[in-house]
Design a binder for this molecule. Structure first.
Ligand SMILES: NC(=O)c1ccc[n+]([C@@H]2O[C@H](COP(=O)([O-])OP(=O)(O)OC[C@H]3O[C@@H](n4cnc5c(N)ncnc54)[C@H](OP(=O)(O)O)[C@@H]3O)[C@@H](O)[C@H]2O)c1
Length: 339
């Protein structure tokens, strides 16, 4: 089988190398998954740069997110059968319950092998069934970006309710899933972007209000105006130090800022956290989610006929071009590699 490996190089981004290996066989409690599609997340760029919180320093098979079919069962596997269509979980061993730091030791495509491989060996507990209504490419977009948005809006604290307002920053994977989930839950959604074309696409997906964050650099004031001086009940904060202050300004009294991303870098945040105190608002750190959340999310996607937005597809041989496309940030939603 063929598989990519990210190899650390001193002082440089990791190198993406294609290699040919004998097909693996599953150990006890494991299955083999023939991967049909994988998707990229901004985190995969961080892993390649050696900067992900759930990355490692050893050579690793990249990408956390993939879907395929089971082609072999190890001894003792009773929950799956050959031919089952599955997606893999981001945290291999976080099945349910609260997060434990130990789960960082097996984050796919970072601290343990990921899915950019024709065949993947996986513990049977680290898979979810995918609905017949979803193709492999769509299912491959779910494990990281979709689950993070779902966890933030529907699992942590109290679930989002109809009529609340959600602010989504930018139009990448997490933010577009947040838009789709929030609309299905009956919320109002405000989307920001650096592109008018992407804002038009967000409106076509249901966004109620849009803001061009380059033309309106004080976008927090605009959020305030658009919400009748109330603010957004939920802020999906994917920007990090360059956006956090305005995200805190944008949240409504009693609202929640979900702290998710680092699109603007890793500098110490200059934000005035006291803003949260004034508003009785909360700041929730969100790191993907567990298998139980994933199963509930898939049921919600089925119920509301949510189709992941795939903006670019690349062949397995062309996987380096998929990285380049993600880095170029011209995408809206997700980028997929077909295997
Ligand atoms: N904590 C977690 O569990 C978790 C999970 C997934 C992702 N993340 C993090 O969340 C972030 C988003 O990940 P992703 O995979 O969705 O990224 P992505 O698909 O690569 O998103 C890229 C988009 O982000 C937008 N963006 C960039 N800078 C921005 C800014 N200053 N303000 C507003 N939007 C900006 C741009 O949208 P426009 O082109 O529309 O301007 C850009 O196209 C990353 O930092 C990632 O590491 C964290």
């Amino acid at each position: 089988m063929h598989q990519y490996l990210l190899e650390p190089r001193t002082g440089e981004p990791f190198a993406l190398v294609l290699r040919d290996l004998p097909d693996p066989s599953p150990g006890p409690g494991e299955v083999l998954v023939k991967i049909h599609a994988a998707s990229l997340n901004y985190r995969d760029l961080l892993v390649r740069a050696g900067r992900s919180a759930s990355g490692g320093s050893d050579p690793v098979v990249p990408l956390s997110d993939g879907a395929g079919e089971i082609i072999a069962l190890g001894e003792g596997v009773a929950d799956w059968k050959i031919g089952d269509r599955v997606a893999l979980t981001f945290f291999r061993d976080w099945i349910s319950g609260p997060f434990q730091m130990a789960w960082h030791g097996a984050a796919r495509g970072g601290s343990c092998d990921g899915v950019l491989s024709e065949i993947v060996t996986a513990p049977a507990h680290s898979l979810v069934a995918i609905p017949s209504t979803m193709d492999f490419a769509e299912a491959a977009t779910l494990p990281c970006a979709a689950l993070t948005a779902w966890h933030a809006l529907m699992e942590r604290g109290r679930p989002l309710t109809a009529g609340e307002t959600v602010l989504c920053l930018g139009t990448g994977g997490v933010s577009i899933f947040a838009l789709q989930i929030a609309k299905a839950a009956g919320a109002k959604v405000i989307v920001t972007s650096s592109s008018h074309e992407k804002l038009a696409r967000a409106r076509a997906l249901g966004a109620d209000e849009t803001i061009h964050y380059l033309e309106t650099p004080e976008w927090d004031r605009e959020v305030w105006r658009l919400t009748g001086q109330r603010g957004a009940d939920r802020v999906v904060e994917v920007g990090g130090p360059g956006t956090i202050e305005r995200s805190l300004n944008s949240v409504a009294a009693g609202g929640v800022v979900s702290l998710i991303g680092v699109l603007t870098g890793f500098e110490p945040t200059p934000a005035t956290l006291f803003t949260l105190v004034k508003k009785n608002a909360s700041l929730d750190g969100i790191y993907v989610g567990n298998r139980g959340m994933f199963v509930r999310m898939i049921a919600f996607f089925e119920q509301h006929a949510i189709r992941p937005v795939i903006d670019g597809r690349f062949s397995f041989d062309d996987a380096p071009a998929a990285y380049a496309a993600l880095e170029g940030a011209g995408h809206f939603g997700k980028i997929v590699v077909d295997l």
